[in-house]
Write a protein that binds this ligand. Structure first.
Ligand SMILES: NC(=O)C1=CN([C@@H]2O[C@H](COP(=O)(O)OP(=O)(O)OC[C@H]3O[C@@H](n4cnc5c(N)ncnc54)[C@H](OP(=O)(O)O)[C@@H]3O)[C@@H](O)[C@H]2O)C=CC1
Ligand SMILES: O=C(CO)COP(=O)(O)O
Ligand SMILES: [Zn+2]
Length: 334
């Protein structure tokens, strides 16, 4: 197995000014920048720039973008994901320049523009400018917490799959991923949050690296992500006008899935309440109403989540409508 992890990871104020230096170190000269319409303002370089929606709408991306020697993704999750995807298609390196900290795609080798997600290559470099990230919309930074608490249930699910299904499992990746989440939860619950943006981006980078080392999203994606992907599916199917974020959905999923784990393991008592408190502290949504979904959609998502992909989790063969409703009610989501 080949494990690809970033060669340069710069997380500091003003990091964006180091792009040229990093390109030089990597002997790269002709990058294409992939960004979004809100984040283009951060692309003050003399390189070609393309919006990610143009790339996603193009049928001939391999031919259209030939000649560049690397891709730089500047923006939120979609810009980074699309840049990573394009780089993978063109077989050239990808540099990740997050303008916010909303999910762990910043450093992961995964492309999840659509489900099922797939393994591409991890970024060759990550340049995270904490000055830009700190100023990004607070809602995106709250969502990032949801993608980190997810690691707790993802790891519990992974271990369950190992025990009940003999799935390949890596204790070191699991501990790495879980510790990242535990440390951030502890920081959030016991601090004034003045360093939150800094700690969050480091946690998300670590989480992406845990995925790269495991060569699977298992350390950071379990039943809570299945629930989030199910919500995305229903949004599309019913054409719902809800603008919930990936991390927000995963956070709500983690509250419910940790409750299911608690019911099977007394040692976990209080886990879902602690997770909920940490999400509340950073103003992330903790109810269906705050997330923007009707109760019925939450219940339906819970009943279809286990079918999203072939991944054994605490949902096992699925929840009935009654079980789903009970779970959402008992955890205060609906
Ligand atoms: N590969 C992986 O491992 C993972 C990938 N993902 C991907 O991430 C996506 C979700 O990402 P997420 O970031 O939550 O949502 P988006 O990428 O949709 O970003 C939400 C909004 O925030 C804006 N934005 C980002 N940074 C700033 C900033 N500094 N100032 C102002 N606005 C800003 C974006 O602008 P603009 O319109 O310019 O983009 C966009 O309008 C998923 O759809 C998936 O594709 C998610 C999880 C893991
Ligand atoms: O969002 C992710 C990890 O945080 C990616 O995981 P998936 O494999 O579920 O798309
Ligand atoms: Zn995620």
């Amino acid at each position: 197995m080949i494990i690809i992890t970033p060669r340069y990871t710069i997380i500091e104020n003003g990091a964006i000014n180091k792009i040229e230096e990093v390109l030089k170190k990597l002997n790269l000269r002709n990058p294409l920048i992939v960004t979004g319409r809100n984040t283009k303002k951060y692309c003050k370089f003399s390189y070609d720039v393309e919006y990610y929606d143009e790339i996603l709408n193009s049928q001939i991306i391999e031919q259209k973008y030939i000649g560049y020697d690397c891709i730089i993704g500047v923006g939120g999750g979609r810009a980074i994901d699309t840049g990573k995807y394009l780089a993978y298609k063109l077989r050239i390196p990808f540099i990740s320049v997050p303008t916010t900290a909303s999910n762990d795609g910043i450093a992961s080798p995964i492309v999840s523009i659509k489900q099922p997600s797939f393994m591409a290559d991890a970024p060759i470099a990550i340049i995270a400018d904490t000055e830009i990230i700190k100023k990004s919309p607070k809602r995106l930074l709250s969502a990032g917490m949801g993608d980190i608490v997810s690691n707790i249930t993802a790891v519990l699910d992974w271990k369950l799959a190992y025990k009940e299904r003999g799935e390949k499992y890596s204790e070191s990746s699991a501990i790495f991923s879980k510790t990242i989440a535990k440390e951030l939860i502890s920081y959030v619950l016991n601090s004034d949050l003045s360093e939150y943006h800094n700690k969050l981006v480091k946690a998300l980078v670590g989480s992406g690296i845990a995925i790269a080392i495991a060569n699977s999203s298992r350390p950071a994606s379990g039943s809570e992500h299945l629930f989030s992907h199910a919500l995305d599916k229903l949004k599309e199917e019913y054409n719902l006008d809800v603008n919930s974020l990936h991390g927000e959905q995963c956070g709500i999923g983690t509250i419910m899935m940790s409750y299911l784990h608690e019911k099977e393991n007394k040692k976990l008592f209080g886990l879902h309440e602690k997770i909920k408190m940490s999400l509340k502290k950073v103003d992330a949504p903790t109810t269906a109403k705050e997330l923007g979904f009707d109760e019925d959609i939450i219940i339906e998502a819970l009943t279809i989540a286990h079918k999203i992909r072939n991944r054994w989790t605490i949902l096992r063969e699925g929840l009935s409508r009654e079980e789903a409703k009970k779970l959402a009610e008992e955890t205060g989501i609906i």
